[in-house]
Design a protein around this ligand. Structure first.
Ligand SMILES: [Zn+2]
Length: 320
């Protein structure tokens, strides 16, 4: 079978997606047709961001022009979900940023409920609140504390900029989140090396890592991830366009898998990278020589990592 058709037909999950970064271009364009007449230069395959600030500045510009209300979050989520269902994606985890609640003066609980109310039948969705390294401010503390009790919130995630020093608030907050029944994730091992991966595992007790690819630079960190059964939610095209890997054939996902680390595939911020989940699978096939069976093994990792009942997991793994 043709690889593209094989990828389309694979049952898939997507567990590393920023809602603001997944805003479908046509929705933004409809609001500001003149400003956003053409798609971003960053969609070109050979485009590289200068650094994280370059990437984040563009992304926050799109977000500020669109996410002015909880209703907009609902509209965006609805468009994302129907697109993913059509691509045979059955389970998703997506985060929305506390920094956007702060900047746009939105009520995080209303936004969380608005996202939840957009979930269609046939798609399992888990919602995460993403918090920056210095995000626990005096202004945001009441919302972050209340978030641990929001019934529609499934977990928390530590967002970039990864090089900003991580405040002392985080260790206690991550522990209390788990005590409150929330699943804890963190971005690490992208702009910072394996030491920061170790830090989020040992100090925060993070249960899954977004990116984490630079763990490959330290065998003792690989051992730590394997011992704790921690999966990495990997986004190769994001890693390439942000300069984490110098070229597609140097991406370490195969070495991570060979070392016994479960890796899943996601798009991260498709409004900035111009990628689909199918593109990520095609990246593995084209640049790293993944066979169809190896692509299916990566897809199965997503179902194994999913926060679902064992019945749902078993039923979906039986589709392969
Ligand atoms: Zn991310």
């Amino acid at each position: 079978m043709d690889t593209h058709k094989y990828i389309q037909a694979l049952p898939k999950t997507e567990t590393h997606l920023h809602l603001e970064g997944a805003l479908p271009w046509p929705l933004l364009q409809a609001m500001h047709p003149g400003k956003y007449a053409s798609t971003p230069a960053s969609w070109a395959p050979d485009f590289r961001f200068r650094d994280f600030t370059h990437f984040e500045t563009e992304l926050l510009g799109y977000a500020a022009d669109f996410f002015i209300s909880a209703q907009r979050y609902h509209d965006c989520a609805q468009a994302i979900f129907s697109d993913r269902l059509a691509r045979n994606i059955r389970y998703m985890e997506l985060s929305f940023a506390s920094g956007c609640m702060d900047f746009m003066n939105l009520d995080g609980r209303e936004v969380c409920d608005a996202i939840r109310s957009a979930v269609p039948a046939g798609l399992e969705v888990r919602i995460f609140f993403g918090i920056h390294h210095d995000g626990y401010t005096e202004k945001m503390a009441p919302m972050l504390e209340a978030a641990l009790g929001w019934e529609n919130l499934d977990g928390i995630d530590l967002h970039g900029t990864e090089t900003t020093p991580l405040g002392h608030w985080a260790q206690d907050y991550w522990r209390r989140a788990r005590d409150a029944g929330k699943f804890t994730k963190a971005h690490a091992g992208e702009f910072c090396g394996p030491d920061f991966v170790r830090h989020v595992v040992e100090s925060l007790g993070t249960q899954r890592i977004q990116h984490g690819v630079r763990a490959i630079e330290d065998a003792s960190v690989i051992d730590l991830l394997r011992e704790r059964g921690i999966s990495l939610d990997v986004c190769p095209i994001s890693n390439l366009k942000l300069g984490i890997v110098p070229s597609p054939d140097r991406h370490p996902i195969r070495q991570l898998l060979d070392a016994g680390i479960p890796c899943t595939l996601s798009t991260d911020d498709p409004i900035s990278f111009g990628n689909t989940l199918e593109d990520e699978y095609l990246f593995l096939a084209t640049h790293l020589g993944f066979s169809h069976e190896e692509l299916a093994a990566v897809a199965r990792n997503g179902f194994r990592a999913a926060l679902v009942s064992e019945e749902w997991r078993t039923a979906n793994l039986a589709l392969f």
